[in-house]
Design a protein around this ligand. Structure first.
Ligand code: ADP
Ligand code: MG
Length: 556
């Protein structure tokens, strides 16, 4: 074997280690969850290789995680029979390559109001392994890759700036064993009862046996295959926490077992909060994809459209071929079918929620509505989608109450085939808009739209129920509006202009035309204004002024 070689941790990793060791004490137990989760990932990977028939060292080893403890010597050792690491892999994966997650984690930490809670979600950033140094004064990893000719390697570090790597003379069985030499103040993690407690709390849903000193500890597996009636709410919540690290329970749980046109099971959750207020990135979207209980891909984003990206959970289908390559997954016919069915399931679930639990629906809308609105591009589900949209409206007493198109239509005037809307920054800004005058006078409802994407949404929808056209108030056909009776009567009738006054008025209009010149197409007398002296209107058939502003920004 070659000699031990010392490597320096990447600078960001050092920074991360420093913070983990010195600042984050409250959630130290999660280091075990992170190591077990890595062991489980490694087992998933080797199971994947086995099922697709690759050559694998020690292929008859049981796929499991073993934990040994020594209370007196203050260590614990976590061994898995997973995919293992080669020398190159161990150097790269643990220490020298700083994943983008490192910087993201540090950045989040610097802004976090409750930094103590950050340890809990470290796994989300792809740097979970380092959490071991919250409890360890030294860590030793021995790993043997599933590749037959690769020698075993040993990795040693005290988490202070550097680590050592050497090849081993002897060849252990396939997999990875991590020995954690505990700090004096962390010796509880070598206690049998304590370790079992942590596993039950954080790792109960791991899909492989976890044994502590030979005794199996985790109990629940594949709850998605069990009948809904046998699963308790707490179990769903526990599963949700396991999947997402979200400290809050989910807003909604959707558990489906589908037989046709494809067979699959799925448990999906809608989180109570949108933690990605700046929008979802591709990494945030996706459901874990299993084939007959074998995890094929974590957070597989092609199984769900972007506008439903707030949904978390998993799918398990026996109809996807197990030996499928990750590259061809997204074009797989079964995957596409599952996606279609899932979308329909989620939409009808939301429909039910809107009907039966309006308060809950409001929470959903306020948290996830912004992403959900992108669904206007999903043409095959447009009808259902349209029913799920919500807006503020002139018919509502205060902002925050929401209305649907269906409710708007139920309040519309007899013969009214338009859904009127106005776009702007806020209710306050809109309510004084001169364009609304005539609508107020006629008692015609107008939807208030504050989100720039709203206009794309209704332009995309084109019509509601093939029957109602969306019309911006500034494009409204006055003749159509005037047909309806006034609901607010003027106190004094408007006097006709005398001949002389008419002349002066025409002069005024001429003057305005002179001054405004090319900047406007026309200056004309308004029949719709009563309280405001003037307003800007768009020539018919043109986009609204709000849309023009958006285009200007886009074209810049
Ligand atoms: P993540 O698990 O999100 O990738 P971690 O910091 O937890 O981030 O782990 C870093 C990497 O180290 C893993 O991606 C994996 O390549 C490697 N690794 C860690 N533990 C094991 C293990 N038990 N078996 C094989 N590889 C491992
Ligand atoms: Mg990990």
């Amino acid at each position: 074997a070659d000699q031990a070689k010392t490597y320096k941790f990447k600078a960001e990793v050092n920074q991360l280690l420093d913070i983990l060791v010195h600042s984050l004490y409250t959630n130290r137990e999660i280091f075990l969850r992170e190591l077990i989760s890595n062991a489980s990932d490694a087992l998933d990977k080797v199971r994947f290789e086995l099922t697709r028939g690759s050559e694998v060292a020690d292929k008859d080893l049981p796929l499991e995680i073993n934990i040994e403890l020594d209370k007196d010597k203050k260590w614990l050792k976590i061994s898995d029979t997973g995919i293992g690491m080669t020398r190159d892999e161990i150097v790269k994966n643990i220490g020298t390559i700083a994943k983008s997650g490192t910087a993201d984690f540090l950045e989040r930490l610097s802004k976090e109001a409750k930094p103590q809670e950050m340890a809990n979600i470290i796994g989300k950033f792809g740097v979970g392994f380092y959490s071991v140094f919250m409890v360890a004064e030294r860590v030793e990893i021995v790993s043997k890759s599933y590749l037959k000719d690769e020698p075993a390697v040993k990795w040693i570090s005290e988490g202070k700036g550097s680590f050592k790597v050497m090849e081993l003379e002897e060849t252990p069985k396939r997999g990875t064993a991590i020995t954690v030499y505990l700090k004096e103040d962390a010796k509880e993690f070598a206690e049998d009862w304590r370790v079992k407690e942590i596993i039950k709390k954080h790792s109960n849903f791991i899909n492989f046996d976890i044994k502590v000193n030979g005794e199996k500890v985790n109990t629940i597996r594949a709850i998605w295959r069990e009948p809904k009636s046998s699963i308790k709410k707490e179990q769903y919540e526990e599963f949700y926490k396991f999947l997402t690290y979200d400290p809050e329970p989910p807003l909604e749980t959707i558990h489906v077992a589908v037989d046709a046109p494809v067979q699959f099971y799925s448990i999906m959750f809608i989180p109570q909060k949108n933690y990605n207020v700046f929008g979802l990135t591709k990494e945030d979207i996706g459901l874990d994809l299993y084939v007959r209980g074998v995890l094929i891909q974590h957070k597989f984003s092609d199984i769900i459209p972007e506008y439903l990206g707030f949904v978390k959970g998993m799918v398990d289908s026996p109809d996807i071929p197990l030996n499928i390559s990750r590259e061809t997954l997204q074009e797989n016919r079964v995957v596409l079918k599952i996606k279609q069915v899932l979308v329909k399931q989620i939409l009808s679930h939301l429909e039910k929620m809107a009907k039966n639990e309006p308060e809950k629906y409001k929470t959903f809308w306020n948290e996830h509505g912004k992403i959900f609105k992108l669904g206007y591009q999903d043409y095959s589900n447009q009808e259902k989608f349209a029913e799920l949209l919500r807006f503020d409206s002139s018919a509502l007493e205060k902002e925050g109450e929401l209305t649907s198109f269906a409710e708007y239509v139920s309040r519309a005037k007899e013969g009214q085939k338009e859904i009127y809307y106005i776009t702007g920054a806020s209710r306050e800004a809109l309510e004084t808009d001169p364009h609304l005058e005539i609508f107020k006078r006629k008692g015609i409802e107008v939807l208030y739209m504050y989100d720039p994407v709203d206009e794309f949404v209704i332009t995309g929808l084109n019509k509601y129920k093939n029957d109602y056209t969306f019309v911006a108030v500034e494009h409204a056909d006055l003749a159509k509006l005037e047909k309806f009776e006034d609901v607010i009567k003027d106190e004094e009738p408007v006097e006709e202009l005398s001949k002389g006054e008419e002349k002066v008025f025409q002069k005024l209009l001429d003057k305005m035309r002179d001054i405004l010149g090319d900047r406007v197409t026309e200056v004309r007398e308004s029949k719709r204004l009563k309280d405001s002296p003037s307003c800007l209107v768009n020539p018919d058939g043109q986009v609204t002024s709000q849309m023009q502003k958006i285009m200007q920004i886009i074209n810049k």
